[in-house]
Design a protein around this ligand. Structure first.
Ligand code: FMN
Ligand code: MN
Length: 498
């Protein structure tokens, strides 16, 4: 199935699949929505369309990404690994051999050519155009998410800028605290591409913000692509169809034609204000810090525009599956530079930057350390605080199994690496903001070349005996659940484990 073309066909799909509930009761975007969504997300519940948010004529969509099923539906694939497979096929392309290979190669090349965004003359996102004094953020059901938040925050935007030096586009998801009817802060964290465009600006930086996109394009705004790669291109590739763009009304930028709502405006050099505090995805309030002020020059909409939102907070929250999508989709790209990596897992409870578990095909002494340092030098993974390395046969998604090897295979004196480097802006633990300690744990099997005694053999039952017991299981008269190997451990697994 092809991914949905816009937010409305996505909502219709979710509804057909029993994945969306309309809430017609009047509900307050001030805190009440959060409490409802928090409970719904944590119980694996449906997407919610609040049709009657207090104080607004626009419906509010939330929890569209809150389960693995919806996340895969968004991509029109059976699994997130299948989405990654599409990218891997392109990344790993070899010179074609025979004719069949050549045809397949051409198809892949075409999928790249078709990814480029395409300008169209007009789009539904400009059915209604408000400029100057008509611009009014009060029209939207913007949520105040947590009791300590000083104001409502736009939480699911695709923020579009152009690098003032190179002209390349960047699209990113950065929360926007409402200041008044016509201005917000822009939460561009230090390490992000959006912040780099801002640092490179002249007197004025033009910005456009798209709200209410098809789910793949919305996801792409959160994807950690290298600076010079346009997130709309990734979206086009994953959709199998280019993102259609129209010219914005008051700034020299292009915006997705299918957006429900577009905010246009500018940032003046040096104009900063205290943004936050904000109940963040770390599970804590991040304190107020200076961020640039975004002044709106226009607000354009589809008729009956739906406003999209998301709540972050103590994990797991809806953003867990946006993160898992990135974890899966970026594995082929990571393997391009570090091919010995078999798999990795960023535990949801680790808020993504706190911990990475990685399995490797170990080939030489110190190999685990090589991989730790590679991750600490790789894109946004460089902010990872702790890296755990295991051997290739270990299932990195089974935290019980990982813990077993961390316990069994590690001599803390020999196998723990303490290093330092850049850390996430939101991490409150390090003494200094942005910079601090890194922990590496080498839980692979060691050999004498790494200073270990001869390594003992792991216990495994003979295959013949396992087969014998499989075939005779019914004779024993024991609970059927124990028959399926390993699944007896299932109940211990947490909601978000795979
Ligand atoms: C729901 C959600 C909210 C986010 N909020 C912010 C934010 O406020 N500031 C920020 O710098 N990154 C935020 N991020 C992470 C960025 O979207 C992500 O790092 C993305 O890769 C940034 O794009 P860029 O690399 O082009 O700058 C958020 C991600 C999600 C999923
Ligand atoms: Mn980017």
């Amino acid at each position: 199935m092809a991914p949905p073309r816009d937010l409305r066909s996505w909502v219709a799909l979710l509804e057909r699949e029993g994945e969306l509930v309309r809430v017609d009761a009047e509900v307050d975007p001030d805190l009440e929505v959060t409490e409802i969504v928090d409970r719904t997300v944590k119980s694996g519940g449906p997407a919610l369309l609040f049709t009657n948010p207090k104080g607004s004529n626009h419906a509010l969509l939330i929890n569209q990404f809150g389960t693995e099923r919806r996340m895969t539906m968004a991509f029109g694939e059976a699994s997130l690994d299948a989405v990654a497979g599409k990218l891997e096929a392109v990344i790993e392309m070899q010179p074609p051999q025979g004719l069949v290979d050549k045809v397949r190669g051409l198809k892949r090349l075409k999928s790249i050519a078709d990814s480029l965004p395409k300008e169209v003359r007009n789009g539904p996102c400009q059915e209604i155009v408000l400029t100057g004094d008509e611009v009014d953020l009060d029209l939207l059901p913007i949520q105040r998410c947590w009791p300590g938040d000083p104001a409502p925050f736009i939480t699911l935007p695709a923020v579009i800028t152009r690098d003032p030096r190179t002209g390349t586009r960047n699209v990113g998801m950065y929360r926007m605290q409402k200041i008044d009817r016509r201005s917000t802060y822009m939460h561009w964290q230090l390490h992000k591409d959006g912040a780099a465009d801002w640092r490179g600006m002249g007197e004025r930086l033009e910005v456009a913000v798209a709200l209410g996109l098809d789910p793949v394009t919305a996801y792409s705004a959160s994807a950690p692509l290298p600076k010079h790669i346009d997130e709309f291109m990734l979206a086009g590739f994953l959709r199998g169809e280019p993102v259609e763009l129209v010219r914005a009304k008051t700034v020299d930028l292009q915006v997705p034609a299918n957006a429900e709502i577009v905010l246009e405006g500018t940032i003046e050099r040096g104009e900063l204000g205290l943004e936050g505090p904000f109940g963040d995805h770390t599970g804590f309030y991040t304190p107020a810090e200076p961020f640039p002020v975004f002044r709106l020059t226009a607000m354009t909409m589809r008729r009956g525009a739906i406003y999209p939102s998301i709540v972050v907070g103590k994990p797991p929250q809806e953003d867990a599956w946006l993160g898992k999508a990135t974890e899966r989709i970026f594995l082929p790209a990571i393997r391009m530079t570090v091919p010995e990596i078999v798999d990795y897992d960023l535990p949801v409870a680790g808020a993504f930057h706190n911990c990475a578990i990685v399995s490797i095909r170990k080939a030489f002494p110190g190999h685990a350390r090589k991989v730790m340092h590679a991750l600490w030098g790789l894109g946004m993974l460089s902010l990872t605080k702790a890296v755990v390395v295991v051997d290739e046969h270990v299932n990195v998604h089974d935290y019980g199994e990982v813990f077993f090897y961390v316990g069994a295979n590690v001599d803390p004196k020999r196998d723990v690496v303490l290093s330092e480097g850049p850390l996430d802006q939101l991490d409150h633990a390090p003494t200094l903001q942005f910079f601090g300690g890194k922990l590496g744990i080498d839980a692979t099997a060691k050999g004498p070349t790494e200073g270990a005694r001869p390594w003992p053999e792991e216990i495994v039952m003979d295959a013949e005996i396992r087969q014998l017991v499989d075939s005779r299981w019914s004779e024993y008269g024991i609970d059927a659940d124990a028959a399926r190997n390993g699944s007896a451990r299932r109940p211990l697994r947490q909601l978000l484990r795979r």
